[in-house]
Design a protein around this ligand. Structure first.
Ligand code: SF4
Length: 658
């Protein structure tokens, strides 16, 4: 291969597998995409936009599953084992993606692939076996019906290599439950928005991979130096100690305006009657002491936020597996199941085995508990099942019913928006969703949390532009005034960063969209960035690193443009399906029903203000180059970003304002 033909950072190949035709093909990774879309998430979004018709049903053969690894995946860059799965979601019926860690993505790069496109659908269950250049579609009838852990064991045993990396679905994906995820390395999940159901609809049980090649780096010495810089930044961050022993630590911190710990951020109920007084049992401190045995890391990650857990007491004694992060704990508080530390690993293991999203399982259950309390849902509707706060046995039973779409589990399996629509308008009012995607944090706490979750293209999401600024600012006196001033400049905010003010929310959200898009496109973990470690990887750390790896020069402005492109491609797909400004608004109850709690004896009641939210959203649209009345990108913005094809599509569909 001549010097000109060589790829640096990139493997250089897109692997395409058509399951209908049983056809496997390989395409060169287009060089012109490198500068315009980088890789990973953004290239996944581009392929998806170009190849999937918006009207294709999520569970039809016309939908595609695109697994994307960025140019830093599988290299020495910290946390560089990330993969993005892009597809149309059966929960939101719109664009969706999910980013995951583990070892699988790095193995794919080492096998020689930047992207895997899975199209069509098989008639019978199959799995893919990728062994460097050799790619086979294999029979998986014997694996259908097994859990993800059994599938992982069986494939390794039949291929005679315990080091093979396996990504697969469990019974939830097979049964087309919209709560299903795609599980990587037994415990890492492409979760949210039912992506595992799309894989299941293709009768694809698993993708197993062995990669034995290296990745060419353009300037190895410089790259090692840049990687060292980032490792140092991560290891010296004030939050490192906390995150490196699990994201659960975050829940032990007071959140903006909250009295202590998870209250009231993490409860689904809306009145102070549901104050959780047993939180200490499931606090990070208690989990660490009792449940966790040792830390675990994804590929080349210095943070090692994962862990190995064993249930040492009670009815599930002896069960063990990879541990859990913040969401498990949050979900237990939503269901008010906080009196038993052993429930956390049990619920986590069960979800992983069934291939069920931990949020997608717990939030409909918490929602059902709330509706029961309000008398909107009764045993008559649920086939005799009574929902009660804190009932762990029923929660575990319901998780299985959601995975297998059994009984009332079939109603719950489509997420709270569709569940509420089947129950009635009173139920819909209480669902904590945006665009059909479940929200984790309560919107009523700060405007930057609300805005970031509301404008996320995949439905409410804390990983698509949310800043933890308010949490950091409130805790530990962590942010000096000097640093706040610096941040104001970095975020390009005209307003100073003060707690509970909406003025800077559009600017921090835009910065975080650029940053999250860059890390997800490069294939490094967001936990090592300014998202979680406030002084760690920021946009300005990336151009030198990218050039050292790929040989392609980048500026911060070009990275920002890539982030804008990614977001616009994702939103535009949704606009073609009718997404409009009302889809960027939080649910009505957040304006009309207060979130009540007590701080040091003083009663608090938070609601959002419609006028302030409208002002925040309009400013966000303005600085992003979207039409302020519709939220659709203007032709000028699209042309500036070289997305004329999207401008033409939007025009053809009558959604682009002239
Ligand atoms: S920070 Fe945690 S999730 Fe991210 S790559 Fe490291 S171990 Fe994996």
């Amino acid at each position: 291969m001549s010097e000109k033909e060589k790829y640096y950072g990139y493997a250089g190949t897109i692997l395409r597998v058509n399951l209908t035709q049983k056809k496997i093909s390989k395409e060169p990774f287009p060089r012109e995409w490198m500068k315009k879309y980088i890789g990973g998430e953004t290239v996944g979004a581009k392929i998806f936009y170009d190849e999937v018709p918006p009207e294709a049903p999520a569970l039809s053969p016309e939908n595609k599953v695109i697994l994307s690894m960025g140019p830093l995946v599988g290299t020495l860059a910290p946390g560089s084992g990330r993969t993005t799965l892009t597809t149309k979601s059966p929960v939101t019926d719109m664009y969706s993606d999910s980013n995951v860690g583990g070892q699988w993505g790095a193995e794919m790069k080492h096998a020689g692939y930047d992207h895997l496109i899975i199209e069509g659908a098989s008639e019978k269950p199959v799995y893919l076996w990728i062994d460097d250049d050799t790619v086979e579609i294999r029979d998986a009838e014997h694996l259908w019906g097994t859990t993800t852990w059994q599938t992982d064991d069986s494939i390794k045993s039949e291929l005679g290599d315990g080091t093979i990396q396996v990504a697969c679905i469990g019974p939830a994906g097979e049964n087309l439950s919209s709560a299903a995820c795609f599980i990587i390395n037994r415990a890492r999940a492409c979760g949210r928005m039912g992506l595992g159901a799309v894989v299941g609809s293709k009768k694809l049980k698993a993708v197993a991979v062995r990669g034995t090649r290296g990745i060419q780096i353009a300037h190895p010495e410089k790259f090692i130096k840049e990687c060292r810089k980032l490792f140092d930044k991560i290891l010296n961050d004030g939050m490192y100690k906390m995150i490196s022993t699990g994201s659960l630590n975050i829940a032990d911190l007071p959140w903006p305006g909250t009295p202590s710990k998870t209250e009231p951020l993490m409860r689904y109920a809306h009145s102070s009657e549901h104050v959780i007084d047993t939180y200490d049992e499931i606090s990070c401190k208690n989990v660490k002491e009792k449940v966790w045995d040792r830390d675990l890391a994804c590929f080349n990650c210095p943070i090692h936020c994962g862990n190995w857990s064993t249930i040492k007491e009670g009815p599930w004694k002896g069960e063990k597996g990879e541990g859990f992060e913040l969401n498990i704990q949050e979900n237990c508080t939503y269901m008010d199941i906080c009196d038993d530390v052993w429930f956390l690993p049990k619920y986590n293991f069960l979800c992983n085995q069934l291939g069920l999203g931990v949020d997608e399982a717990a939030l409909p259950i918490a929602f059902g508990m709330l509706l029961f309390e309000k008398g909107i849902l009764t045993e008559e509707d649920t086939g005799g099942i009574k929902f009660e706060w804190g009932d762990k046995e029923t929660a575990l039973k319901l998780m299985k019913m959601i995975a297998y779409r059994e009984g009332f589990g079939d109603v719950m399996a489509d997420g709270t928006r569709k569940m509420a629509r089947r129950i009635g308008p009173d139920a819909e009012y209480w669902s904590k969703n945006i665009k059909g995607g479940e929200a984790i944090a309560d919107f009523r706490l700060t405007y930057e949390i609300t805005l970031a979750e509301a404008v996320s293209p995949r439905g409410a999401c804390h990983l698509k532009g949310l800043s933890l600024y308010s949490v950091h600012a409130q805790n530990m006196n962590y942010l000096s005034q000097d640093y706040r001033d610096q941040l104001q400049k970095i975020y390009k905010s005209p307003a100073p960063l003060t707690l509970f003010d909406n003025k800077w929310a559009p600017y921090v959200t835009r910065y975080m969209i650029h940053l999250m898009s860059a890390v997800d496109s490069l294939g490094i973990c967001a936990f090592g960035s300014h998202y979680m470690l406030f002084h760690a990887i920021m946009l300005e750390d990336l151009p030198e690193l990218i050039e050292a790896a790929t040989g392609i020069p980048f500026t911060i402005a070009e990275l920002e443009e890539c982030g804008d492109r990614a977001r616009i491609i994702q939103r535009s797909f949704n606009h073609l399906l009718g997404l409009d400004i009302k889809d960027d608004w939080p649910p009505a109850h957040t304006f009309d029903t207060p979130l009540e709690f007590e701080v040091r004896g003083q009663k608090m009641a938070l609601t959002l203000d419609r006028k302030i939210y409208e002002e925040t959203l309009t400013e966000f649209y303005k600085i992003c180059g979207y039409d302020e009345k519709t939220g659709v990108p203007t032709r000028q913005t699209l042309e500036k970003l070289g997305l004329e094809n999207i401008a033409d599509d939007l025009k053809k569909h009558g959604v682009l304002p002239e």
